[in-house]
Design a protein around this ligand. Structure first.
Ligand SMILES: Cc1cc2nc3c(=O)[nH]c(=O)nc-3n(C[C@H](O)[C@H](O)[C@H](O)COP(=O)(O)OP(=O)(O)OC[C@H]3O[C@@H](n4cnc5c(N)ncnc54)[C@H](O)[C@@H]3O)c2cc1C
Length: 414
């Protein structure tokens, strides 16, 4: 919705009194000192500043803009940048979530939302790759996963090693006893999606801005935030969806709650003339006992292998993104074990990324305890991207004073 339409709908006469400090507009007149009186009340009109254009912030801004609110989406580097966790080439959508049924249910709903947006925006954002999870033995935990998938209505198959070999002879099955195949799992073109969502925020009447927001100070009602480059952004409410930057922005609140380890991701070039390692000839794969997951070659980026488990802390602003030799070795060892047909192929592309992990892998979606009009949304813990369309709506409605999912919210509380 364009600003003109927004004003027409809400009534231009809302003016300064109704909009509070926001009425001064960006960078004009107001200061960033906070008031101490607690007087902010939820509303469905007004000016919301969303800081961070990743999975959390982009979708939140879109829902707010589409519901008629005036939105400024500000990001230090722009949507889907190489530094953002959401900025990778692809992210997976799966349904298996151990015993955490809430995330299985969310993923099912999220997939429908992604599909609807894909149709609405006439852009190919998803590739139905399927996903095979490999296990060295059948355990009670695997049975729990199946129970949850059945209860939630998510399709899956249990495959013997022989059946895995029959379907994907380019994969070896040494040490594998069972495979859980989710035919509906997909890969999402993450970077493309982030930039498109930001564009849709603008088309819905929102404003995009490049700028680095300084940590806010004070308590009570936050009238505005300072930009490092100079200037201020004033708003009625603020959503800090700053991914791995959250602990540095709010060290007292989140310094101990979110850790930021690095992740090295490798892309190997399939052999010339050989489609076996590219979509749609292989599904996404995951092998917890080897601490590795990956995707077939999508869009020519290469066959993706992501070893996981490292805890080395990472500075998302300053650290260089040069892949580490020992992680590359781990990736190659895995290829030798599971995909020998590609083990000697060259590395054609790599990414060094970071996670923003909470202790229990639950997200954080809550109001800041010191400010009535400030929300924190993040703590993606390596699995938030897929849920973006739902998370954005949940955060947006929280800002508007409603809780869409009261049964889930306690898991995400500060
Ligand atoms: C290697 C890897 C693989 C993953 N695989 C999957 C997967 O398969 N499926 C899945 O669902 N999830 C996956 N994830 C997790 C998922 O990508 C993240 O949970 C999600 O992208 C986090 O989004 P976010 O919006 O919290 O953070 P980000 O995407 O990092 O966005 C935060 C934004 O805030 C901006 N910002 C920060 N501070 C400021 C400031 N002060 N002022 C202005 N802007 C600021 C940044 O520039 C950035 O753009 C993976 C993550 C990694 C690293």
């Amino acid at each position: 919705m364009h600003r003109r339409t927004f004003l027409a709908r809400t009534g231009a006469a809302l003016g300064a009194a109704a909009l509070g400090p926001a009425a001064a507009g960006a960078g004009q007149g107001a200061t960033s000192t906070s008031r101490t009186s607690r007087q902010w009340t939820a509303r469905t009109s007004g000016r919301i500043i969303v800081i961070g254009a990743g999975a959390f912030g982009g979708w939140t801004a879109l829902h707010l803009a589409e519901s008629g609110m005036e939105v400024v989406l500000v990001d230090a580097y722009g949507a889907g940048s190489a530094r953002a966790t959401s900025g990778g080439d692809s992210r997976g959508l799966r349904f298996a979530y151990g015993d955490r049924r809430m995330y299985t249910e969310m993923a099912i709903q999220a997939k429908t939302r992604w599909e609807d947006r894909q149709t609405q925006w006439e852009t190919g954002l998803m590739l139905t790759t399927g996903r095979i999870s490999l296990y060295p033995e059948s355990t009670p935990a695997l049975e729990t996963i199946q129970d949850v998938l059945v209860e939630a209505g998510a399709e899956f198959e249990l495959l013997t090693p022989e059946e895995i070999q029959r379907r994907w002879p380019q994969m070896t099955v040494e040490g594998v006893e069972v495979g859980l195949f989710e035919p509906g799992a997909t890969a999402i073109r993450a970077n493309t999606a982030c930039r498109l969502i930001a564009r849709k925020v603008e088309e819905a009447g929102g404003t995009l801005k490049i700028g680095q927001v300084e940590p806010p100070r004070g308590e009570g009602i936050l009238p505005g935030v300072q930009l490092r480059e100079g200037g201020e952004l004033h708003g009625d409410a603020f959503v800090f969806a700053c991914g791995s930057w959250l602990p540095a922005l709010f060290p007292e609140l989140l310094g101990d709650r979110i850790s930021v380890p690095r992740r090295d991701v490798f892309f190997f070039g399939p052999p010339a003339g050989d489609p076996r390692f590219s979509f749609p000839h292989l599904p996404n794969f995951s092998e917890g006992s080897q601490s590795v997951y990956g995707f077939p070659d999508l869009d020519g980026f290469g066959f993706k292998v992501a070893p996981f488990g490292g805890l080395d802390p990472f500075d998302p602003d300053r650290d260089e993104r040069v892949p580490a030799a020992h992680w590359l070795q781990r990736a190659r060892r895995y290829l030798a074990l599971r995909f020998p047909g590609i083990m000697d192929q060259p590395l054609v592309h790599s990414r060094v990324c970071q996670l923003e992990n909470t202790d229990d892998d639950h997200f954080i979606i809550d109001r800041h305890p010191a400010w009535e009009n400030v929300w924190i949304a993040g703590g993606g813990s390596g699995h938030a991207f897929k849920h973006g369309p739902i998370l954005g709506e949940i955060v947006a409605t929280r800002v508007q004073g409603q809780d869409m999912v009261p049964e889930w919210s306690p898991h995400w509380a500060l």
